[in-house]
Write a protein that binds this ligand. Structure first.
Ligand SMILES: [Zn+2]
Length: 151
């Protein structure tokens, strides 16, 4: 199915919901979903605090699950509330996902939090082995509110 025909805003709303659920349980406000053929198949929220695990970013959780539980990683599109960090982008590249759609860029998130930006996911994918397409800034204003509420 053509990625441009996917309902980007609907899937991003679900990722933003996962981020709000994470914040409600005391984790950082990040959430992601995996979509195949325009249907959500897996969801995850940040669990760094609740699992005391620095790897518990939703993007890495979903990349791991895609690789471990499924044989169609190259058909899966990740929708995520903020651009994946370099750790997660590396996992996404290794898992071989088809594309990443994000709301808030890493650069914008760093600006909102007054921190230095990390290496962009695009740079990681360009250096990696998979051809992961990136679609930025879907529901950006709504995504930015998550960061505004957690500064
Ligand atoms: Zn990450």
């Amino acid at each position: 199915m053509d990625l441009d025909a996917f309902d980007h805003e609907s899937h991003m709303r679900e990722a933003l919901d996962c981020a709000r659920e994470a914040a409600a349980r005391g984790d950082e406000p990040f959430g992601s979903v995996l979509v195949k053929d325009d249907e959500v198949v897996l969801t995850a929220g940040n669990r760094i605090n609740s699992e005391n695990d620095l790897r518990a970013h939703p993007e890495l959780t979903l990349a791991k699950r895609a690789a471990a539980e499924r044989d169609d990683a190259d058909e899966l599109v990740m929708y995520t509330s903020t651009e994946p960090c370099p750790m997660c982008a590396g996992g996404i590249d290794i898992a071989g996902l088809r594309a990443v759609v994000y709301s808030v860029s890493g650069e914008r998130a760093a600006e909102l939090h007054g921190t230095d930006p990390l290496l962009s996911s695009t740079a990681v994918f360009e250096a990696g082995r998979s051809d992961v397409r990136v679609i930025p800034d879907v529901l950006k204003a709504e995504g930015e509110k998550l960061h505004d509420a957690h500064r």
